[in-house]
Design a protein around this ligand. Structure first.
Ligand code: HEM
Length: 461
């Protein structure tokens, strides 16, 4: 059933860099890749199932056929590993946490950490997410009649959620120390370093990394103190049920072994780095799309107003349209625009040979707008994600969280968080884009964010 048949034909189509007709020359490519990598995708990528090419990074095969993606990420996942590019960029800050670990070290950690993100545990974080959402709602309501830096507010609320779920009680001597440590850490490792991307050897000093050191050290000290304190509290049998307690108590279900302090620390940093900018950007894009689509906004406002309980709190089950809005925002603006893998042995994707050692990419940015997989691929249509339309989306055509053994472990955590936070924001204010706002277009910097930020006017509701 065509999803747009019953809907107005004039749906919002956010402005994005147009795909290229012809390949760029080497220097133009390097310039574009450095400035904004999503400007380098070609028309072919959005129409063909597999595109193989020789680039500056060697041979790269981009796969957008759902069955072949399943082959790479699931059925033949053992023939691939996360590539050095991702590891080089992420490893300096994240140590050997789950995101960057490989092989047996990864397998052990994944097995040990899986229960921490089970449906039941995530459900238990609803209160913390609502508390952060309530604070956001109050901050936004206070701005009614004025303008709001939406990107900044979304960053603030996702950090707030992490602080409340990782460490229910902040450091004893200074409750704000953790927030400050996280902010400094993220500011210093945040921007992707072009030297890393283009493979300059690791001994060349990187400015970002040098700056990161004091921030990392400070962060590590704060976390060490928290771990020591928590161990003491746990020994008395009265620890709160947050991610820190769960990490410290986690046991490999097969061997009964726990994580080392170093692994606990690496994973705390990993959860913060992997879980905060991604969710913040998804929320930012959702609020932008809603501001341009009066029908969706009205439908969401009605849902949210009817879903709040007596205390003004939300549960995800009562917010199906809010969930559809988040999913559609992540289709158009996937927070992780591409996943890359390195072939450990020669493979074959349809008629295309993948040489050993070469890169294979699955790019949600391309896949989610692929001309052969989506109706009206560039239009914002949250109804796609409501039943019965949703059932028609092929499983491997929509991958904001990846798939297979390395699928995002925080998927249901972040979806629950985003939906609850969105509900609080929508209930507090109506956000509109001022007429003089510079163009809102995506900039690819580790995640996808609005190039010129997102400043919006808040109207009280
Ligand atoms: C909208 C929010 C998020 C998006 C779009 C997202 C996306 C992703 C994607 C695409 C991957 C797979 C990367 C690959 O296969 O190369 C991934 C992995 C991961 N994510 Fe998320 N993520 C989000 C939120 C979170 C949150 C909230 C957490 C933790 C609290 C988290 C923790 C992780 C970890 C630890 C991994 C590595 C899993 C492994 O390799 O076993 N993510 N994420």
């Amino acid at each position: 059933m065509p999803i747009l048949d019953t809907l107005p034909q004039t749906r919002f189509r956010p402005a994005v860099p147009p795909p290229l007709r012809r390949p760029l020359g080497l220097f133009a490519f390097l310039r574009a890749a450095r400035a904004n990598p999503i400007t380098t995708w070609m028309e072919d990528h959005f129409t063909a199932p597999v595109v193989a090419g020789e680039g500056v990074l060697g041979r790269i095969t981009v796969v957008s056929d759902p069955a072949l993606i399943r082959h790479v990420l699931v059925e033949n996942a053992g023939a691939y590993r996360k590539d050095d590019l991702q590891r080089r960029v992420l490893a300096p800050g994240l140590g050997e946490g789950l995101l960057t670990a490989e092989g047996d070290a990864w397998r052990l950690q994944r097995r040990t950490l899986a229960p921490i993100f089970s449906a039941r545990t995530v459900r238990g974080f609803e209160g913390a997410m609502n508390a952060a959402g309530t604070h956001l709602g109050r901050r936004l309501a206070r701005r009614a009649g004025a303008s709001v830096d939406v990107a900044q507010e979304m960053t603030r609320v996702t950090l707030d959620v992490l602080e409340r779920t990782i460490f229910t009680h902040g450091p004893r001597r200074d409750p704000d120390a953790l927030g400050r440590a996280i902010t400094r850490f993220l500011e210093s490792v945040g921007p992707i370093d072009p030297l890393d991307v283009f493979g300059v050897p690791a001994f060349v000093p990187r400015i970002g990394r040098l700056r990161a050191r004091p921030a990392l050290r400070y962060f590590a000290e704060v976390v060490d103190e928290l771990i020591d304190h928590r161990r003491a509290v746990m020994a008395q049998g009265e620890a709160p049920e947050d991610l820190l307690t769960l990490l410290l108590a986690a046991q490999d279900p097969e061997t009964g072994q726990g994580l080392t302090d170093l692994e606990v620390k690496a994973n705390i940093v990993t959860f913060i780095a992997a879980g905060h900018e991604t969710t913040a950007n998804a929320l930012t894009w959702a609020l932008y799309c809603l501001s341009q689509d009066a029908d969706s906004r009205a439908r969401l406002e009605a849902e949210v107003d009817g879903a709040a309980d007596a205390e003004g709190l939300f549960a995800i089950e009562r917010l199906p349209f809010a969930k559809a809005v988040m999913e559609e925002a992540m289709r158009l603006f996937p927070p992780v625009p591409f996943l890359s893998r390195q072939a450990l042995r020669t493979d074959r994707l349809g008629r295309v040979k993948v040489p050993r050692g070469s890169l294979v990419m699955v790019a949600p940015w391309v896949l989610h707008r692929h001309r052969t997989l989506w109706e009206e691929p560039d239009a914002f249509v949250p109804e796609r994600f409501l039943e019965p339309n949703r059932a028609a989306i092929p499983r491997f055509a929509y991958l904001p969280f990846g798939a297979g053994p390395r699928v995002c472990i925080g998927q249901s955590f972040s979806l629950q968080e985003a939906v609850i936070v969105l509900a609080h924001a929508v209930r507090a204010v109506r956000l509109t884009l001022p007429a003089d706002h510079p163009p809102v277009t995506p900039l690819h910097r580790v995640t996808l964010r609005p190039q010129n930020g997102l400043r919006m006017d808040a109207e009280g509701r």
